[in-house]
Design a protein around this ligand. Structure first.
Ligand SMILES: [Zn+2]
Length: 408
């Protein structure tokens, strides 16, 4: 037994298999003010896979306080995400007969962008970031400022009601204690209630080489097979699953108490079969990923060297966690890329972590006229190409690095 190896956050097995080692990287969600640059800290970023339950997990090298104390991301700033939330609310209200008697709880409810779609129904948000929760409360959406888990669930239930629907979008992968987190759903959910979880699908990450979605705040990378084990351990059952295009390919799983009446759809077994076909139930399914990362990085560095050799000025678009991880791992910094354009006013005027590239408003691009623009959030590249197509006027090109280098 090697005492230095961490153990699996879910089943306790020692983690002997490295899935991806991305070296020393700064926190990917933390864009910097100029005076913070000299004090920037870096932490090892290693994802391991458990050979018993196949949970892919990053080492806990940063304290939760350092990770989540302050973030300048408000959901309401992303139009496509707001539309996604609205569609979800319509669909779920109809399918599960959500009505005036229902209680809907959202975990990591942010500024209330999703719950505000439910009219004439009791809603409750649970959100740990106080600045964001206060924005929701100001809009009239009741919100508990708390991390979710068994204790928080018991506190809510003590007020007299269980939840008919619990919404958990993009939070399961960010809960440091996954057993306690999922245990909270089992406490809070009404006997025939439904809890839905959305998270990026590990199968898509592996197939499409999405190593830039690995970062310190993102603890877990999940397959359906592993999520079912986690749910079962808390007395919950997955009865349906949908594959969504969001975040480069996500799953939405529908769960209920194991004793509830919801019938299991054939989509569950179909996806289990697909994951087994890709060997996600064996260590072999995880082994080639390190080589894949090296290949994508080499393709990108070759492209950049040849762009530089021919005198092209290179910029990037999208100062989000993904791009920050990508540039850190490639070891590319300012001035090789001279600006990152981003629509969020909260990010403009700051610098990207690790690569220290200035973040500018998109209208600045017409002044600086870069020859190439690297689209860092490749998952919304269509949207970006459409809105920035004017760069073609001066011969500008778009570049995407994942899953393979492509010049558009
Ligand atoms: Zn495990």
């Amino acid at each position: 037994m090697n005492q230095n190896l961490p153990s699996c956050c879910f089943c306790g097995t020692q983690l002997r298999h490295v899935f991806a080692d991305l070296g020393m990287t700064p926190l990917a969600n933390r864009n910097l003010q100029r005076d913070e640059i000299p004090h920037e800290r870096k932490y090892p970023l290693v994802a391991r896979v458990c050979n018993t339950c196949f949970l892919v997990q990053v080492d806990h090298s940063v304290s939760p306080e350092a990770l989540f104390s302050d973030y300048d991301y408000f959901s309401s700033f992303s139009e496509s995400w707001i539309a996604h939330a609205r569609r979800y609310c319509d669909l779920i209200s109809e399918r599960f007969a959500i009505g005036p008697q229902s209680l809907i709880v959202e975990i990591a409810s942010n500024d209330g962008y999703l719950l505000q779609n439910f009219k004439a129904v009791d809603v409750l948000g649970v959100e740990p970031a106080a600045n964001v929760a206060k924005a929701a409360i100001a809009k009239g959406i009741p919100t508990d400022i708390a991390f979710f888990g068994v204790d928080t669930a018991r506190r809510i239930v003590a007020r007299g009601r269980h939840a008919d629907l619990i919404v958990a979008n993009n939070v399961l992968a960010h809960a440091p204690d996954i057993r306690d987190f999922v245990g909270g759903f089992s406490v809070l959910l009404a006997p025939e209630g439904v809890a839905t979880f959305e998270f990026p699908h590990l199968l898509r990450l592996i197939e499409d080489g999405q190593f830039d979605t690995i970062y310190h705040e993102h603890f877990f990378y999940l397959s359906l097979l592993t999520v079912e084990k986690v749910m079962n351990s808390a007395g919950l059952r997955v009865f349906d699953v949908e594959q969504l295009p969001t975040h480069g390919g996500s799953l939405r799983v529908f769960t209920c108490h194991s004793t509830a009446r919801h019938a299991t759809t054939s989509r569950v077994e179909d996806l289990r079969t697909s994951e087994r076909r890709h060997a996600l139930d064996k260590i072999d399914g995880y082994k080639g990923f390190v080589a894949r990362i090296n290949d994508i990085r080499a393709q990108f560095l070759n492209y950049l060297a040849s762009a530089e050799a021919s005198g092209r000025k290179v910029a990037a678009y999208g100062a989000a966690a993904k791009g920050n991880t990508f540039l850190s791992v490639c070891g590319v910094a300012y001035p090789r890329i001279d600006a990152v354009y981003d629509r969020s006013p909260a990010k403009q005027g700051k610098f990207t972590p690790g690569s220290h590239i200035p973040i500018l408003a998109p209208d600045q691009i017409k002044k600086l006229r870069p020859d190439d623009v690297i689209i860092l959030p490749w998952n919304i590249s269509d949207e970006i190409v459409r809105s920035m197509s004017f760069i073609r006027e001066w011969g500008g090109r778009f570049v995407i690095a994942i899953p393979n280098l492509k010049i558009l």
